[in-house]
Design a protein around this ligand. Structure first.
Ligand code: 5CA
Ligand code: ZN
Length: 415
């Protein structure tokens, strides 16, 4: 397993917060994220390693970092798993377009991502799993789905091999999962999103245009592995189902990612997992809003990227980047601006000088408000406002406020 990255210390606060209510895409409302036992289990979809780490990526991982901090403050333990999509079409296409070996590109970008996550003091996953490490396990899962009749083979266009597809209708009959339960989307919207986001609704020979690829038979110069289902490589959604089930089990507490993953990726990885385990994948399906830049979603394909590493190279403090993201609620969709970054830097300076004032804000009350706001669907703007007020009036215990800022918001004001 690749190393994840440096774990920042999380200081304990006096007293205890509570597990947050979280917006759940599946039920369309708030759900309590309290696990049945003392361990909260979290899976967040990791990067496809090229064009890392842009501000959109950072915002999504920061949202689930905040969730973990609130869980820890509630006295829970956290088990956190994340994948790396280190073999997939977009990565291979980028490697070819730039004349770089795909493995080298992936390794270099994974290292950059780790360094950026460390600098931003994002809590690392306990299990950080690259797809290329678990090809055998994924092929076994595809073989199981074939044996159960929830997958089928389709000849490749040159008839030299067979791809394997997931049978959505069969899975809907034989598992607790139903297409649409997570995203709530209608079929037409699903078809549009499927073709925009890596699916192939027009592929001939499929039982349903929405059936997703589980295994891509070896072709030409593409990387491929020998396996129980023939030579090839995994489809996209199955990697997250297999890695999540292996490291977290089924019915885990929260499945997370950016809102662009709601459909098809999260809906279908939940479908694969349910067809394999007979149980729902997770309790809560949580999605962070997408960040845009210059009028469009920040994305690799559009090329309108603001990279964390470039900001850090320019001398911007990582804590200022963090604050400029936390100023927005994690589900909000918003546009990155230089002014927003400057506001984060100003706030950081003000927070570093929170004055002692016996008639100022009562620090224990500041902590209570921060806890209350974060328990309400991770309302970071509300938590920031409580600290802003203390910074403006001073507080009877600046050290306690600084500890709360470190523990709950991940910002070390002494640094
Ligand atoms: N490897 C897959 C997930 S299995 C993937 O989506 N990789 S990614 O590199 O494209 O994105 C990594 C994470 O950042 C995902 O959770 C994705 O939803 C999120 N993300 C990507 N673009 C943005 C954006 N503009 N704003 C917020 N989050 C984003
Ligand atoms: Zn994923």
């Amino acid at each position: 397993m690749p190393e994840s990255w440096t774990r920042p210390p999380v200081p304990a606060l006096p007293g205890r917060g509570r597990p947050p209510q979280l917006y759940d895409s599946s039920s369309g409302g708030l759900q309590c994220s309290r696990p049945d036992d003392v361990v909260a289990r979290l899976y967040v979809c990791g990067i496809t390693p090229y064009d890392a780490t842009h501000i959109g990526h950072a915002n999504t991982y920061l949202a689930f970092d905040t969730l973990q901090r609130v869980w820890l403050d509630a006295g829970l333990e956290v088990r956190y798993a994340q994948n790396i999509t280190d073999v997939d079409d977009p990565l291979l296409e980028r490697a070819i377009a730039t004349g770089v070996d795909w493995r080298q590109l992936a390794d270099q970008q994974i290292q950059l991502f780790r360094d950026d996550m460390s600098a931003l003091r994002i809590l690392p996953p306990h299990d950080y799993v690259a797809v290329t490490e678990v090809i055998g396990e994924i092929a076994d899962a595809v073989a199981t789905l074939l044996a159960r009749g929830t997958a089928y083979r389709v000849s490749t266009p040159d008839a030299a091999g067979e791809d394997v597809y997931f049978d959505i209708a069969a899975a809907g009959r034989t598992s607790p999962w139903r297409l649409g339960d997570e995203s709530g989307l209608g079929r037409d919207e699903m078809l549009t999103l499927s073709s925009e986001r890596g699916g192939d609704p027009d592929r001939a020979g499929k039982r349903d245009p929405l059936d997703p690829l589980l295994w891509r038979a070896a072709r030409g110069n593409e990387p491929s592995w020998e396996s129980v289902v023939g030579p090839g490589r995994p489809g996209w959604h199955i990697e997250c189902s297999v890695i999540a089930l292996e490291h977290l089990g089924h019915d885990f507490t929260v499945q997370g990612g950016g809102a662009d993953l709601l459909f098809p990726h999260h809906e279908l990885s939940a479908g694969h997992a349910a067809a394999l385990s007979g149980h729902p994948l997770a309790r809560v399906y949580s999605h962070a809003g997408l960040i845009s830049y210059r009028g469009e979603k920040m994305s690799k394909s559009l090329g309108n990227l603001v990279l964390v590493s470039e900001l850090l190279e320019r001398g911007v403090p990582a804590a200022a980047v963090r604050l400029s993201l936390l100023e927005h609620h994690y589900r909000q969709e918003w546009e990155w601006t230089d002014e927003g970054l400057r506001a984060g830097a100003r706030r950081l300076e003000a927070w570093r000088r929170i004055p002692a004032a016996s008639d100022g804000a009562v620090a224990t009350e500041v902590v209570d408000v921060m806890r209350e706001r974060l328990a309400d669907d991770l309302d970071t703007p509300g938590a920031l406002a409580a600290v802003d007020a203390a910074a403006a009036t001073g507080t009877d215990d600046p050290a306690l406020v600084r500890t709360a800022v470190d523990s709950l918001l991940g910002i070390d004001l002494s640094a």
